[in-house]
Design a protein around this ligand. Structure first.
Ligand code: B12
Ligand code: SF4
Length: 495
């Protein structure tokens, strides 16, 4: 009896070739979790392979079906690749955030579009495909949390990801003006069982971990106790990782949460600060921060630092009410408020958000030749101006601000400040690396190997190093040695 041929599914993470962004370096290339879920939902008689363009460009190969995930900034690249596969008769499917927000566009570029979460519809897509009745559009909606499968992590083995990623909950009730999370994941926090999360963590083997939840401590009743159970469980089960996650300003509210977070390996926490000016927060409908009040920020940072955890401040520049001075004030805030690492984004109207619909109707979005212009929607290029600045002025001011913030001397100074505030070498080194990475991302168009370019260490080629950098290099070598020793011990200890 001949064995039935396995069908082949190729899962693709397409990367914007206009700006590589996080994919411009292996240390910031993250595994696409959504595709690990698609792999887990695919029946065994299918062979599944991942192509992540963060590591290799996708070329044609004969398969039965390809499935794309895509952020908006990567959508155009997905369409290019889809055209290549379609021209050879391969069935193409696209899901993920862009397909969920713009299904009416995506249906024009792939054979099947999956809008929303995939868990409830992907088995149906596969069945319909096998029976020859596959549809153009499936609505996945919101998945009950007990129907989320364990991610198939074997598909990530072929690439040297530095981090494991895990998702503990989905959803957010806040509905900020610029954000797609409430639209995509619904307005209720859906929490996975702590024990199940710990079991999954035990199956991960990289020394660094990124918990991708938008709010590590949500506003559900009992959220703090739940977080403590999780972090304490990580310690008891010797999960033994250094991790970072994303949280709101309430992360600093409870000392016991911070204690167990730090004990379980939390070294860096991203806080969605967005702005230090109440008017800008009102623009963005960032209710949580308005409720806490901007005066609370610095106290929150101090509480977090006390536990040896560094703060990664996520800031947005180019809010509707911003003028040039506001942008420089925000820059000063980044430098002097107690933030350790800086994520500095340009306000971008993501499709599906209230911001997008409002500004589109007011004809205020300059880069709107879709789908090609989606490639500019990566938050480092201005796609529109503000009430007081043109798009060009915003872009130019940001270039100046980025040069100041991510100047090698400055990020080195910030590293020493972090060491002082947290007393934690690992946090200081992580912060240094993170600021380097963001510098490389925002100044990507200046990177190169000719005089006049920046090299990957953010040093100007052909210019002399400053005395400060020369003087502090030996200190950095020591910190690096400690970090490296620590990583080797952690990594080899688990294998
Ligand atoms: C983790 C994360 C990152 C990681 C990326 C990791 C990775 N490789 O995927 C990092 C830190 C790199 C990142 C960066 C950015 N991010 Co981000 N990120 C997230 C976050 C928090 C979680 C995504 C995730 O992993 N979810 C878990 C998985 C399981 O869910 P999922 O991918 O949605 O998959 C489900 C469905 O979409 C669907 N699905 C997904 N793929 C496919 C494929 C097929 C074939 C099918 C059928 C279904 C399907 O099925 C899955 C299961 O239901 C989301 C917010 C959120 N809650 O979604 C923002 C989010 C995706 N990011 C966003 C943004 C804007 C950014 C940045 C631009 C931010 C910045 N300031 O720089 C950058 C740049 C990204 C770039 N292009 O370079 C936006 C994207 C909006 C958009 N329209 O594109 C989001 C939605 C947040 C927001 N505020 O709106 N991000
Ligand atoms: S920015 Fe944060 S708080 Fe606001 S909707 Fe998005 S995830 Fe929720």
């Amino acid at each position: 009896m001949t064995e039935k041929r396995k069908r082949k599914l190729l899962l693709i993470n397409p990367i914007n070739q206009h700006r590589l962004g996080f994919s411009n370096d292996p240390s910031t290339s993250y595994m696409p979790l959504g595709l690990g879920i698609i792999a887990a939902l695919t029946p065994d008689h299918w062979e599944v392979e991942l192509i992540d363009e963060s590591f290799e460009l996708c070329t044609f190969r004969p398969v039965d079906m390809v499935g794309f995930t895509a952020f908006t900034a990567n959508a155009f690249r997905a369409y290019e690749l889809a055209a290549m596969f379609r021209s050879q008769g391969v069935h193409t499917v696209m899901g993920g955030i862009h397909a969920s927000m713009m299904p009416e566009e995506v249906v024009n570029y792939v054979d099947t579009t999956v809008s929303g979460e995939a868990e409830l519809v992907w088995p149906q897509v596969i069945r319909d495909f096998e029976e020859g009745s596959v549809q153009k559009l499936y609505q996945g909606g919101i998945t009950p949390v007990d129907k989320i499968p364990l991610i198939r992590r074997d598909i990530y083995k072929k690439y040297p990801y530095v981090y494991d990623l895990i998702q503990i909950s989905r959803g957010c009730p806040m509905g900020c003006d610029f954000c797609s999370v409430t639209k995509m994941c619904g307005s209720k926090y859906r929490e996975r069982l702590v024990e199940e999360v710990l079991d999954e963590l035990e199956q991960t083997d990289r020394p660094l971990l990124f918990i991708v939840d938008d709010h590590l401590i949500n506003t559900n009743k009992g959220a703090e106790e739940r977080a403590i159970r999780l972090f304490r469980g990580m310690v008891e089960r010797k999960i033994n990782k250094l991790w970072f996650g994303q949280a709101a300003m309430n992360f600093a509210d409870n000392d016991e949460v911070l204690h167990w977070a730090a004990k379980s390996g939390c070294t860096l926490i991203l806080l969605g600060i967005e702005a230090e000016k109440p008017e800008a927060l009102k623009d963005a409908r960032k209710r949580l921060n308005l409720k806490k009040g901007v005066d609370y920020y610095q106290e929150a940072f101090r509480k977090i630092h006390k536990h040896g955890i560094a703060v990664l401040g996520a800031m947005i520049f180019g809010m509707e009410s911003d003028n040039t001075q506001d942008l420089y004030n925000r820059m000063e805030f980044c430098l002097n408020s107690g933030i350790d690492a800086m994520q500095t984004s340009i306000m971008t109207p993501l499709p599906g958000t209230d911001l997008f619909f409002r500004l589109r109707d007011q004809k205020k979005i300059d880069l709107c030749n879709y789908p090609e212009d989606w490639k500019h929607y990566h938050f480092k290029e201005a796609t529109m101006g503000t009430n007081h600045m043109t798009r060009e002025a915003l872009q130019q001011t940001m270039r100046d601000i980025w040069m100041k913030l991510y100047k090698k001397d400055n990020i080195r100074k910030m590293m020493f400040k972090t060491l002082w505030r947290t007393g934690n070498f690992k946090a200081a080194y992580w912060v240094y690396g993170t600021n380097h990475n963001y510098g490389r991302i925002v100044l990507e168009d200046l990177l190169g190997d000719q005089p006049g370019n920046l090299n990957r260490n953010l040093e100007w080629i052909g210019r002399k190093r400053s005395w400060y950098i020369r003087l502090t290099n030996p200190v950095l070598t020591i910190i690096y040695a400690i970090w490296w020793k620590y990583m080797v011990r952690r990594f080899t200890g688990r294998h």
